[in-house]
Ligand binder design. Structure first.
Ligand code: SF4
Length: 570
């Protein structure tokens, strides 16, 4: 077998038993790897409570991982989210993914619960549990420093140990399995870290075909203004979007009560360069290197983080934003949910928090101190407890990211249909509606959006299963990656055959969610977007979304997916 290793490592933390098993070849062909493989492996577990000891936590890589295929050193972590209760996957770059493959594995599936804190060490030939009592309570950087001589590390911080419902898993110093609280699932198992090492190489079946696909992708990257242009993400990182989204008057501001924030320029891409001497950094082997670090090598915020600790909280202090981001990484929390929950708390209690207060709330949340105990539940549970459920700007319990849907109707639909809740990356219609790639669409119209969202969801499910970065698809397409996949595996794949696989994965996710009680009532945006306008100006009118038209397009989407009017299966 080329590309895949055909092996999964299953570890039961309750018994301490670890076994390597074969993954049936047809499962790999039908689900590829990463998110798809994880979703397939969840078939016997998706009904379990996220904190049940038997709930798996699956780390899975794709068939291109370990090859020079651009942006493919990534993995997905799959489980059920304690924040949303949906099936959940979160993709992340970094050396860790590469090392899973180098240890001879396509996936590591962890079940059970250890009686005491442990870390797992995985090598090409072995997997063992070690006492982590001395690491419990440490932040993610301290944990990584203690274990990094043994291999590449994925670790939780105090937030994961304390069950913060949006706790993340940090991978190396700056990559995060961010959204959905899978760090809390890891913490509930008393698992502090996973360390992986290995030296196996991936053999390529058809070198010429692979090389051609690789060259095609690199040519497209180089020609792309969004990627390698003067103002692109390679130069400025994702904060390159700050100015663009502000110009379009769709910046979520003051907990989505406005859509324009004058102070956003203070934390734009050029501002990070000016104040922090931002330098390029990247996921392992990535030619784009969109991550940015300061002069000491500390990770600087991504666009979503900067915008939500900024505009969403009416905070234009770049240092407060950088500090909040750093603390989230160290303490192990998702930045989008943290910033959104603080903003929802502010609206619920009629307050705006100052730059230093925001930083303090981040610290308190991770250790459940004072009001941090309620913030740790995420915005839905927090706002319900405060009697202000309408202040949680979320879909299916996942806080919305930094694109106001009143400024991009495809994004509105995609937030609603996303299998993991309010997520921009399931379909990322911002590519069409704002970046005008691969073709421009009218951002204030629902026409044709159901089809666009369906295709984009299927495409991104493939990206998450091949484990390529979705930014790669701003320039290249599945055609080029199919060419490389064919080269690596020796099995014929096309863009169309990959899309069928993506469709299968999205369908499985919806089936799991519907089986757990989700339906069209959950494919819905917060009411504010249908009743309140955004901040119009500069000739741009930001109106409330027409709810009837939104529902009409949602029903079209269901039809295209073969679902009933309730968004589920007959
Ligand atoms: S483009 Fe950025 S996020 Fe994507 S793989 Fe490269 S460095 Fe990582």
């Amino acid at each position: 077998m080329f590309g895949w290793t055909g092996k999964i490592l299953k570890i039961d933390l309750s018994s301490g038993r670890a076994v390597r098993e074969d993954v049936p070849a047809d499962v790999l062909y039908e689900y590829l790897g990463g998110r798809g493989l994880g979703i397939r492996l969840m078939r016997d577990y998706f009904r379990l409570d996220p904190f049940s000891p038997e709930m798996p936590l699956i780390f899975a890589v794709g068939p291109l991982c370990g090859t020079p295929s651009p942006t493919s050193a990534r993995m997905s972590v799959v489980s059920r989210s304690p924040l949303t209760n949906t099936i959940y996957d979160s993709s992340c770059g970094g050396l860790f993914a590469h090392k899973i493959k180098a240890a001879g594995l396509d996936a590591i599936m962890i079940t059970g619960k250890s009686r005491r804190p442990v870390y797992i060490q995985v090598t090409e030939t072995d997997a063992a549990l070690y006492d982590a009592s001395g690491l419990w309570g440490n932040d993610t950087l301290e944990t990584m420093s203690a274990l990094m001589d043994k291999g590449s590390v994925a670790a939780i911080g105090p937030a994961g140990e304390n069950g913060v419902l949006f706790a993340n898993i940090m991978v190396n110093a700056s990559n995060s399995v961010g959204r959905g609280g899978l760090g809390a699932v890891m913490g509930s198992k008393n698992l502090k870290a996973v360390v992986v090492n290995g030296g196996r190489r991936v053999e390529i079946a058809q070198k010429e075909s692979f090389k051609k696909g690789q060259e095609d992708v690199m040519r497209l990257f180089k020609a792309s203004p969004i990627i390698f242009g003067e103002l692109g993400i390679s130069e400025y990182g994702t904060p390159a979007l700050v100015d663009l989204i502000r110009q379009r008057r769709m910046v979520p501001t003051e907990n989505f009560r406005k859509t324009f924030f004058e102070g956003a320029g203070n934390y734009s891409g050029p501002s990070f360069k000016r104040h922090y001497k931002a330098k390029k950094e990247g996921c392992f082997g990535c030619p784009i290197r969109c991550k940015k670090v300061d002069s000491c090598g500390k990770a600087l915020p991504e666009y979503e983080t900067a915008s939500h600790f900024g505009a969403l909280n009416r905070n234009s202090d770049i240092h407060s934003i950088v500090k909040s981001n750093e603390l989230c990484n160290l303490l192990g929390m998702d930045t989008i949910s943290m910033a959104s929950t603080i903003a929802a708390y502010g609206e619920s209690t009629n307050r705006y928090f100052g730059p230093d207060e925001i930083v303090r709330l981040v610290q308190k949340t991770a250790v459940l101190e004072g009001e941090g105990e309620k913030l740790a539940l995420g915005s839905v549970r927090l706002c319900e407890s405060l009697g202000t459920p309408e202040a949680s700007m979320s879909v299916k319990g996942l806080e919305l990211p930094a694109y106001d849907p009143r400024g991009a109707y495809g994004m509105a639909l995609a937030y609603a249909t996303s299998s993991r809740g309010g997520c921009h990356l399931r379909a990322y219609p911002i590519a069409n509606e704002i970046l005008r790639k691969p073709v421009a669409t009218d951002r204030f119209s629902f026409s044709g959006k159901a089809r666009i969202i369906k295709i984009a969801e299927d495409t991104n499910a493939v990206a998450d299963s091949l484990e390529i970065c979705k930014f790669a698809l701003l320039a290249a397409s599945l055609e080029e990656y199919a060419e490389m996949l064919t080269g690596v595996t020796g099995i014929e794949f096309t863009g169309q055959s990959l899309l069928k696989i993506g469709e299968r994965i999205v369908k499985d996710e919806r089936f799991y969610n519907c089986s757990n009680g989700f339906s069209s009532k959950d494919d819905m945006l917060p009411e504010r977007f249908f009743t309140e306008p955004g901040s119009s100006g500069d000739g741009i009118d930001i109106r409330p979304i027409d709810k009837a038209r939104f529902i009409e397009e949602l029903q079209k989407y269901y039809k295209m997916r073969g679902l009933n009017e309730n968004g589920c299966f007959d």
